[in-house]
Ligand binder design. Structure first.
Ligand SMILES: NC(=O)c1ccc[n+]([C@@H]2O[C@H](COP(=O)([O-])OP(=O)(O)OC[C@H]3O[C@@H](n4cnc5c(N)ncnc54)[C@H](O)[C@@H]3O)[C@@H](O)[C@H]2O)c1
Length: 251
């Protein structure tokens, strides 16, 4: 255990499973009190209990990132329990896979609701408590596909591109309150969900065929990037974007 986030209070959305759960564990391991937020109530309780058993300071918050009331309640809970907020990680996300000519409108709307609206509401409602706490950091999880277009993923790619620009605008809006806002753009990372896809040679070629490092990322590698922006090691970085994608967007 290290101390790169010692005594900080951090909220991670979409933390019940996969990448968000890894971020929460790693953040707790760096000395923070971590609030894990998600709509998956049972999995959230289980993951939070695991993190708490290992590191001590972890709390669960039921949160639907698409709902303003839900964010207001979540922020009240953080303030009541911890008295402050230093970092928000907007990780909750939703894939949507279809060609644009086949994309049902409600899927497009849902994809934007979770990825773009959810990130906007997170920035908006974390701002007062971050400001009251003397400043802090917001880390928005976008995607390498938010930096490039991608066949079959138009809605997802556009929603993650919205996260990228929202990040830069929030960085400008929040600078006077000493709140830094940066985005991370993961390439394909190996999680419970992607493992089955990656086991199929055709899917693997589709996902990793153009990745110079020729492998999927390890979620721990991504968590290192989250900690980089969340910690006090990057005080002069705001509005920046960091691709953690094996070189996918470099070529
Ligand atoms: N896994 C990858 O390879 C990869 C690559 C690029 C970007 N990303 C991004 O990383 C993030 C995490 O991805 P993951 O692979 O762990 O996906 P995942 O689907 O396993 O996890 C997303 C989490 O968000 C939660 N969530 C969904 N809608 C929500 C809502 N309305 N309110 C609260 N929580 C909600 C889900 O319950 C889930 O726990 C996402 O933003 C995703 O777009 C992942």
């Amino acid at each position: 255990m290290a101390d790169r986030l010692k005594d900080k209070v951090v909220l991670v959305t979409g933390a019940a499973r996969n990448l968000g759960a890894v971020f929460a564990r790693k953040i707790a391991g760096e000395g923070a009190h971590v609030f894990l937020a998600d709509i998956l109530a049972d999995q959230l309780e289980q993951t939070t209990a695991d993190v708490a058993a290992r590191y001590g300071k972890a709390s669960a918050i039921p949160l639907d990132v698409t709902q303003e009331d839900s964010w207001i309640a979540a922020m009240r809970t953080v303030e009541d329990k911890a008295g402050r907020l230093d970092v928000l990680v907007n990780n909750a996300g939703l894939f949507a896979s279809a060609r644009i000519q086949d994309q049902p409108l409600d899927e497009w709307e849902r994809c934007f609701a979770v990825n773009a609206r959810g990130t906007f509401l997170g920035c908006k409602h974390a701002h007062p408590l971050l400001k009251k706490s003397g400043g802090g950091a917001i880390v928005n999880i976008s995607s390498s596909w938010g930096l490039t277009g991608r066949a079959n993923f138009g809605a997802y790619s556009a929603a993650k591109a919205a996260v990228r620009m929202l990040t830069k605008s929030a960085a400008a809006d929040f600078a006077e309150d000493r709140i830094r806002v940066n985005s991370i753009h993961p390439g394909v990372h190996e999680t419970d969900l992607s493992r089955d896809f990656l086991a199929d040679p055709q899917q693997r070629e589709f996902l990793l065929g153009k990745v110079p490092l020729d492998r999927a990322g390890d979620p721990e590698e991504l968590a290192n990037a989250v900690i980089f922006f969340a910690s006090d090691e990057t005080p002069y970085m705001t509005g920046a974007e960091l691709a953690v994608d094996g070189g996918y967007t470099a070529i």
